[in-house]
Design a protein around this ligand. Structure first.
Ligand SMILES: Cc1cc2nc3c(=O)[nH]c(=O)nc-3n(C[C@H](O)[C@H](O)[C@H](O)COP(=O)(O)OP(=O)(O)OC[C@H]3O[C@@H](n4cnc5c(N)ncnc54)[C@H](O)[C@@H]3O)c2cc1C
Ligand code: SF4
Ligand code: SF4
Ligand code: SF4
Length: 396
């Protein structure tokens, strides 16, 4: 029976809970706001299935062999602008929809909590587009996917590498009509902290949550891909609240690895070899590959791990402009592909205050003079259209 003794040894993928034949495992929110499995010892029949499917207890065999890596941009400009990087997810999802299949991805529910949902139409894809830097609630997603696959229909599942590994272990076999896409992630933030952030905005009068219809964690509309903002939209796409990663307190808690899940500090799903068919991540260095594609609207790297993935590439090319690039250069461009996040020094204090029910945002992420200067510079340089050059000089 699964027992979590070290929090770093559970990524919250839910493979154990969804595999239990007697529904003895529930996903419970811990005192830091993350989901963990808890087994009911009375219900448990000691079958051992939960331990067998856990991708941390029993790491999956990752396919070896040659991989290809591409730079990619969705051919539909609106879709690309709406996507976090180059819109790889939407191109794969469109392929699945053309086949009459189902797409699973992270979306916001009516309370703006992150969960995995399913869709079947082109219009559904907007819900899944865009990174949400908060761990998603999986519910019965894996069980639903298995039913669809058993009906011989196509499925795309898109999620973090640990969620993809969890699904792969849960299914226990390959399905011809299943496409797995993971994203590169340094870390994931606490759903509880996200909830407190929304309450903080309401309390401080920054936004009336009742007026909010849509939230984009990385909105490119104002300044493009190089400097994205978290934006809350109301009726008729009215901007109700918008702030960049230097100012936005939730994003600051994310990029500083403060509100991070413990498993992300020693992530077992890093590296080039993965169980997914495709891995997508940002491509800020597009100008190093092809200057013509450097248009500040978003670009992705996409790595193809499997023979199935390689066969699909020619079919998704009608939705995605692709160019094969050098593997070493692509891997070197993003440390999050191979390295775990380092814990922030203030994590312990942050969660002590969070547990005590105190407002963590105005304690740890104040709008200091330094933040104000950085915001002023970012906005000014973006308006002049030279932000990306300044960013590249700073990076060296
Ligand atoms: C938590 C997180 C951290 C990331 N960190 C990095 C990073 O350090 N470096 C980097 O290069 N790229 C990172 N990315 C990936 C990047 O932001 C893009 O998602 C990726 O480039 C694919 O973009 P896209 O334009 O194809 O798709 P998009 O349309 O932006 O979306 C891709 C898919 O990501 C999935 N997704 C979104 N939020 C979540 C979530 N909370 N949990 C599970 N799945 C989710 C959805 O299923 C969605 O359909 C991160 C993404 C997430 C979600
Ligand atoms: S050992 Fe079997 S019955 Fe017990 S919690 Fe695990 S999966 Fe459920
Ligand atoms: S990593 Fe996944 S399968 Fe393992 S204990 Fe945690 S939720 Fe369960
Ligand atoms: S960093 Fe690792 S443990 Fe954390 S969400 Fe990503 S894959 Fe999961």
């Amino acid at each position: 029976m699964i027992r979590i003794t070290e929090k770093q040894n559970c990524c919250g993928c839910t493979a154990c809970a969804q595999s239990c034949p007697v529904n003895a495992i529930s996903m419970i929110t811990d005192e830091e706001g993350f989901y963990y499995p808890k087994a009911d010892e009375v219900k448990c029949i000691s079958c051992g299935k939960c331990d067998r499917v856990c991708p941390i207890v029993n790491p999956q065999e990752e396919p070896h062999g040659d991989r290809d890596v591409y730079i990619a941009q969705n051919r539909d400009k609106e879709i690309r602008l709406d996507s976090t990087s180059g819109g790889v997810f939407s191109a794969l999802a469109q392929f699945i929809i053309d086949k009459g299949g189902f797409v699973f991805g992270a979306e916001l529910d009516s309370e703006f909590c992150v969960q995995h949902g399913q869709g079947k139409t082109k219009e559904d894809l907007q819900r899944f587009r865009g990174s949400k830097y908060v761990q998603s609630r999986m519910g019965n997603t894996f069980q639903n996917i298995r039913k669809i696959l058993q009906n011989d229909q196509w499925v795309l599942f898109s999620g973090t590498p640990c969620q993809v590994a969890g699904l792969h272990a849960f299914l226990g076999k390959d399905y011809e009509k299943l496409i797995l896409m993971d994203i590169v992630c340094y870390s994931i933030s606490s759903p509880g902290v996200w909830k407190q952030f929304l309450e903080h905005l309401e309390k401080t009068g920054s936004v009336r949550m009742g007026d909010v219809e849509r939230i984009k964690f990385r909105d490119k509309t104002k300044f493009g891909y190089e400097y994205t903002l978290m934006t809350f939209y109301g009726k008729n796409n009215k901007v109700l609240y918008s702030s960049g990663p230097e100012s936005n307190q939730m994003l600051r808690s994310f990029v500083s690895n403060t509100a991070t899940r413990p498993s992300c500090y020693s992530c077992q799903f890093k590296g080039v070899e993965r169980v997914s068919d495709f891995t997508a991540w940002d491509c800020y260095n597009i100008y190093q590959y092809d200057k013509r594609m450097d248009d500040n609207q978003g670009s992705s790297h996409v790595m193809v791990h499997t023979e199935k993935g390689k066969q699909l590439i020619s079919e998704i090319e009608k939705y995605l402009a692709l160019q094969k690039v050098d593997m070493q250069k692509a891997v070197a461009s993003e440390p999050a592909l191979t390295d775990s996040a380092s814990p922030s020094e203030q994590r312990e204090d942050f969660f002590r205050k969070y547990r005590a029910g105190e407002d963590v945002f105005d304690t740890f992420f104040l709008d200091t003079g330094r933040v104000k200067i950085e915001r002023f510079l970012r906005h000014s340089l973006s308006k002049l259209g030279i932000y990306k050059y300044a960013k590249r000089i700073m990076k060296g």
